[in-house]
Design a protein around this ligand. Structure first.
Ligand code: PXL
Length: 279
């Protein structure tokens, strides 16, 4: 059984980050060991409220990694998302440098923003540090907002295939890392992703039926499915297509029951579709 380090916040209300990553990877037969970056009473897409909790866990991260070393814990991969403070990046860079070996898969989802804007806890300094951490990754999964930040370009909510392919190439750092660019709508009524595979140098696109609404946590759901598939040995285009299809199913199921997209997509009843050898 594969075992990975999952570096995300834990948001108590609103399905995202560890609340999505752990069940999704578990359904795919992967054991995710949580290295929480922060605890939030609710994710940041809800309006700011008087009693909102944001607990920075940087100090506990350092100690946790040291404890895991003492236990001689072995990991097959690393998958990071929402980070709580710039100091966490250096810690994670050290963690990745120490663990790099054949067969170890490092995915960095450079979670920084959406809809053309950074999340409210993301300062320019945190964004710079995220770009630095991303250079340690085998594969990154930015959305269009994060891609624009990483490239220093203006946000474009609807790039065409040619522009998306150009961004994918540039984000690959001359082919050193694979890239999945999410939130691409290539035809009306569909949404999906594009990918650049560093092992083949090829660009591919995947699309599925669009679910209207601004969903929270779907980036985490997407990257978790893609990461699980990659760990299982699937090629990047197949992993990308599986993630696109699964997020579309979960988001559309939410709308079908009249759910509120800000609370996240209804992925839990669909997890059986991800069980190894089912899809
Ligand atoms: O899904 C990304 C994410 C993760 N964690 C927290 C967030 C968000 C996006 O809003 O607020 C706390």
């Amino acid at each position: 059984m594969k075992q990975i380090i999952a570096v995300h916040d834990l948001s108590g209300f609103g399905k995202c980050s560890l609340g999505v990553v752990m069940p999704t990877l578990a359904a795919m037969g992967v054991r995710a060991c949580a290295l929480p970056t922060a605890y939030l009473s609710a994710h940041t897409a809800f309006p700011p409220c008087e009693h909102a909790v944001f607990l920075d866990l940087t100090a506990q991260m350092e100690a946790t990694l040291a404890h895991w070393d003492e236990l001689h814990a072995r990991f097959d991969g690393f998958y990071s998302g929402f980070l709580g403070a710039p100091e966490q990046m250096e810690l994670l860079e050290r963690c990745l440098s120490a663990r790099r070996k054949d067969g170890f898969l490092a995915m960095v989802d450079p979670v920084m923003g959406d809809g053309g804007k950074p999340y409210r806890t993301y300062t320019p300094q945190l964004c710079d540090k995220m770009a630095e951490l991303s250079t340690y990754a085998d594969v990154i999964t930015p959305n269009l907002t994060e891609a624009a930040i990483l490239l220093g370009e203006d946000y474009d909510p609807a790039p065409n295939r040619k522009k998306a392919a150009d961004w994918l190439h540039r984000l690959s750092l001359e082919g050193r890392r694979s890239v999945i660019l999410t939130g691409l709508s290539l035809t009306s009524g569909t949404l999906g992703a594009g990918c650049f595979d560093r092992t083949t140098g090829a660009v591919d696109f995947a699309q599925a039926p669009l679910a209207h609404g601004v969903f929270s946590g779907t980036g985490d759901l997407f990257a978790s499915v893609a990461f699980g598939k990659l760990l299982a040995g699937e090629a990047l285009p197949a992993a990308t297509q599986a993630a696109v299809s699964f997020v579309s199913l979960a988001a559309n199921a939410t709308l079908d029951r009249g759910g509120d997209p800000v609370e996240g997509a209804d992925f839990e009843p669909l997890l059986h579709l991800l069980a190894p050898h089912q899809v």
